[in-house]
Design a protein around this ligand. Structure first.
Ligand SMILES: NC(=O)c1ccc[n+]([C@@H]2O[C@H](COP(=O)([O-])OP(=O)(O)OC[C@H]3O[C@@H](n4cnc5c(N)ncnc54)[C@H](O)[C@@H]3O)[C@@H](O)[C@H]2O)c1
Length: 263
């Protein structure tokens, strides 16, 4: 029986139909939170929410692209409409568009920035407005990556957005601390998600061979760290980033990236 440490709290999480975000949403809901789960794929959002409900969690699924600021503000408004408040906002949605720097297109650049940065920035802003109004503090979590710390070939645009999110969290400590709102980032390493395995059939053995703990992360490895930052006991931690990568960034070797070259 899990402890319901998030009872009477409401959360919004983006890009959570599958993968890391889904697992964070699931664990929050099973520990008592009411969760609004967003995904760009609306039917996937509904399906994921139904799955969490079937395990006993309170969760609603809402479609929408986080690159759109009106959508972002709508997610916060809907959380308050359904659950009466907002205590946690997790800007999890993020996309990876691999590609060499020399050939990277303006369209891909704009898309990566608009989802990873604009989506996260304005979710944090909309959530902070609501939390300030409630007057009881709150938790904001941004999803970074080890590639915001260490260089990985073909990820110049993506890595840049993740490093920027870490600076955003540091910076916002100044403006959000007076409202008792904490803001932190998690920086996952290679994680065993459906997207990664579909992109690179060799994903699991390739990363297992270069990660000191000899396996990629599972989504719950990342969710466990996320729940720590969101939990009532971490209220004095803000502006921090936690790397969850099985030790990879201590040495940072990459496996063959053949799958990008073949694209
Ligand atoms: N998986 C990894 O190895 C890894 C490593 C480091 C960091 N991250 C970061 O963790 C986060 C989650 O990664 P993941 O691999 O679980 O995600 P993912 O690629 O599996 O996508 C999860 C969901 O996000 C949705 N999504 C994509 N773009 C969206 C948008 N614009 N608006 C709303 N929903 C959108 C997709 O439809 C998908 O269902 C991302 O920010 C990612 O950059 C992932």
């Amino acid at each position: 029986m899990v402890e319901k440490i998030f009872m009477n709290q409401a959360a919004v999480i983006t890009g959570a139909g599958v993968g890391i975000g889904y697992e964070i949403a699931r664990q929050l809901a099973l520990r008592g939170a009411s969760v609004l789960l967003n995904d760009m794929d609306e039917s996937l959002a509904h399906q994921a929410a139904t799955q969490i409900q079937s395990e006993g969690g309170t969760c609603i699924g809402v479609g929408g692209d986080v690159a759109d600021i009106t959508t972002i503000r709508g997610l916060v408004a809907k959380t308050v409409q359904h659950f009466g408040r907002l205590d946690m906002a997790i800007a999890n949605a993020g996309i990876t568009i691999w590609g060499s720097f020399m050939e990277y297109t303006p369209e891909n650049f704009e898309r990566v920035l608009s989802v990873n940065l604009r989506g996260s920035f304005f979710l944090a802003q909309a959530a902070a407005h609501q939390m300030r109004e409630q007057g009881s503090g709150g938790r904001i979590l941004l999803m970074s990556s080890v590639t915001g710390h260490q260089a990985v070939k073909y990820l110049s645009a993506y890595g840049m957005t993740k490093a920027a999110l870490e600076m955003l969290a540091k910076n916002l400590v100044i403006e959000l601390s007076p409202y008792n709102i904490t803001i932190n980032t998690i920086a996952p390493g290679a994680t065993n998600t459906p997207r990664n395995v579909a992109d690179d059939p060799n994903f699991f053995p390739a990363w297992s061979s270069v990660i000191p703990l000899q396996r990629p992360a599972e989504a719950d490895d990342i969710a466990n760290a996320a729940l720590f930052f969101l939990s009532p006991t971490s209220g004095y931690i803000t502006g921090q980033s936690l790397v969850v990568d099985g030790g990879w960034s201590n040495i940072s070797p990459t496996p063959s990236l053949d799958f990008v070259e073949k694209q």
